[in-house]
Design a protein around this ligand. Structure first.
Ligand SMILES: [Zn+2]
Length: 133
């Protein structure tokens, strides 16, 4: 009977996994809340679990995988952005080098700080230019 019930159901994907994880995190953090906040947390968790269950049992595979694709796209962009932010802070923390872009090909270059005026050769396009480091 169980087998029959689950036959043709969509099951789990990345989006469902994330929904489950968020629901669990909310569930755990709701332990530390009281009153209205607890109610909101519980409601939110309930909604997420309903959403998870509905997606899991859905027979509309096309719509579900479409949702998952959109989610993966969004996730990829989020990761890309996060990578950029991390690179920015690591450049900010780097006191030994100067960072700038090649005026011709715009690739990012790094030179040691405090060498005075130097001639830089871009490793990508071989363009040479003077820079103060
Ligand atoms: Zn270049």
């Amino acid at each position: 009977m169980f087998r029959r019930f689950f036959y043709g159901r969509y099951g789990n994907d990345h989006l469902n996994l994330v929904i489950m994880v968020i629901a669990l995190v909310i569930g755990v953090s709701s332990v530390f809340t009281h009153g209205v906040t607890y109610l909101i947390f519980a409601l939110l968790q309930f909604c997420l679990l309903c959403l998870w269950f509905m997606r899991f049992l859905s027979k509309n595979h096309y719509a579900r995988s479409n949702e998952n694709q959109k989610f993966l796209h969004f996730w990829g962009r989020l990761r890309e952005k996060f990578k950029g932010v991390r690179a920015f802070f690591s450049r900010l923390a780097d006191r030994d080098h100067r960072y700038f872009k090649c005026p011709r090909c715009h690739s990012r270059l790094r030179v040691p700080r405090g060498r005075g005026n130097i001639t830089v050769t871009c490793p990508r396009c071989r363009h040479q230019f003077d820079k103060k480091s």
